[in-house]
Design a protein around this ligand. Structure first.
Ligand code: CUA
Length: 152
């Protein structure tokens, strides 16, 4: 009967739908791990092209990349200086223990884990001065672990 045919067609659609969702999320999961959790061994930081000399690099019109290393109990470079009207991608890694890279007054707030590179892109429209703090307890100097971000 037609009724039976419709039932089969509906089942096929549902199974296909579930398969698509499952396949899609698995694919996405793999991509995210690769893109968002790049790694660098702490022992390789000093010799690394990017993190060996923590700095801000001009990579395109109004585009900058900031390579930042967190280490008990400071951020490097300090201060971090970027121009206003710019888009800055921060790459932050830790040399020793877990820290955080948190810029007061912005939504930049990321855990920084040895062996991993935290990445975030932020637009700065206007000049300003922002304090950088560490929100993860990292030892006796944790409360003094501060830096500055200058948007000039
Ligand atoms: Cu670094 Cu707390």
């Amino acid at each position: 009967t037609y009724e039976k045919l419709w039932l089969v067609a509906a089942m096929v659609l549902i199974v296909g739908f579930i398969a698509t969702i499952t396949y899609g999320s698995v694919g996405l999961g793999i991509t995210m791990v690769g893109d968002q959790q790049p790694t660098i061994e702490p022992s390789e930081i000093s010799d690394d092209e990017r993190f060996g000399e923590p700095r801000v690099e001009h990579v395109g019109e109004n585009e900058y990349e900031a390579y930042v290393v967190a280490q008990t109990f400071a951020f490097s470079p300090d201060p971090i200086e970027v121009p206003a009207n710019s888009e800055v991608t921060f790459y932050v890694t830790a040399r020793d223990v877990i820290h955080s890279f948190s810029v007061a007054g912005t939504n930049i707030n990321t855990m920084v884990i040895p062996g991993e590179i935290a990445e975030m892109t932020v637009e700065f429209d206007e000049p300003g001065e922002y304090g950088i703090v560490c929100n993860e307890y990292c030892g006796s100097g944790h409360h003094d672990m501060e830096g500055m971000l200058h948007v000039v």
